[in-house]
Design a binder for this molecule. Structure first.
Ligand code: SAH
Length: 247
């Protein structure tokens, strides 16, 4: 099983103790790859104390300047959130999300993204996720401590990987073409926006929520490498024939 392909990404963690506790939560569940996006200084004693022996996970932490950088190479990106939003993101139960991560990790890196202790993930960050997982909780008090949320999801991932070892089936994505990498999908969205502006479908002065809705649509499809290439080809053809209307 390719648990080493599963990255846990923490965006702007602000408590060194939480980073240590996340390392411990991961190691107990056989996960190792911890990516941080612009974290607090975590080199003090509190981090190691809370890591309680997961020093190898701490030693191998990768620090990134942006979420995009942390997701480089990832073929499936799942965000985590307590909140329901104006445009609901396609959501999965924790066990289903974990199964998808485990299945896709057979083919390359995948990422599970956690938000800031105070304010979670921004909508723009969730735009980079194909799915969002919410851990079922008290509707009046649903926000878990960051490391507790990582523990619950890491447990689901370990369970899913043990089940997959037993069945060796790939349930959700029938085609054997690997999913597209995050950076290729990002380039596709930028290309799409460029074309929509060129054909005046998208007004940059008044974009409304069009790009967000389109992110949602395409993320739901979990585009594979071939599909992204086809879409990029269509956009290029539209640009080549710019201005000429089909009758
Ligand atoms: N006040 C923040 C909560 C942040 S808790 C908010 O309203 O979003 C820090 C992070 O832990 C969250 O961004 C999320 O990644 C994770 N988390 C906490 N509780 C969760 C839950 N019930 N389901 C999924 N993720 C959760």
């Amino acid at each position: 099983m390719s648990l080493e392909n599963i990255r846990i990404v923490l965006v702007n963690p602000s408590h060194p103790g939480n980073i240590g506790a996340v390392a411990r939560a991961m190691k107990t569940m056989c996960l190792h790859a911890l990516h941080l996006v612009t974290p607090v200084d975590y080199t003090g004693p509190e981090t190691r104390a809370r890591a309680a022996g997961a020093d190898d996970v701490l030693a191998d932490i990768t620090c990134n300047k942006s979420l995009t950088e942390a997701l480089e190479g990832s073929r499936l990106v799942i965000g985590t959130s307590t909140r329901t939003r104006a445009i609901p993101w396609p959501s999965l139960e924790p066990d289903v999300g974990a199964r998808q991560l485990v299945a896709e990790a057979e083919h390359g890196p995948v990422a599970l993204v956690f938000g800031r202790e105070k304010m979670g993930l921004t909508n723009a960050e969730l735009d980079q996720c194909q799915f969002v997982v919410s851990i079922p909780a008290n509707s009046q008090y649903s926000s878990l401590n960051l490391a507790c949320a990582v523990q619950v999801m890491s447990y689901e991932i370990l369970r899913a990987s043990r089940q997959a070892q037993n069945t060796k089936t790939r349930e959700w994505h029938e085609a054997h073409v690997p999913l597209a990498r995050n950076e290729d999908i990002d380039r596709f969205y930028r290309h799409l926006q460029e074309v929509l502006e060129e054909i005046r479908f998208l007004d940059p002065e008044n974009p409304r929520k069009l790009m967000r809705r389109l992110h949602r649509l395409f993320n739901r499809a979990c585009l594979d490498e071939n599909e992204v290439n086809i879409l990029r080809g269509i956009l290029t053809a539209v640009q080549r024939h710019g201005g000429k209307r089909a009758c």
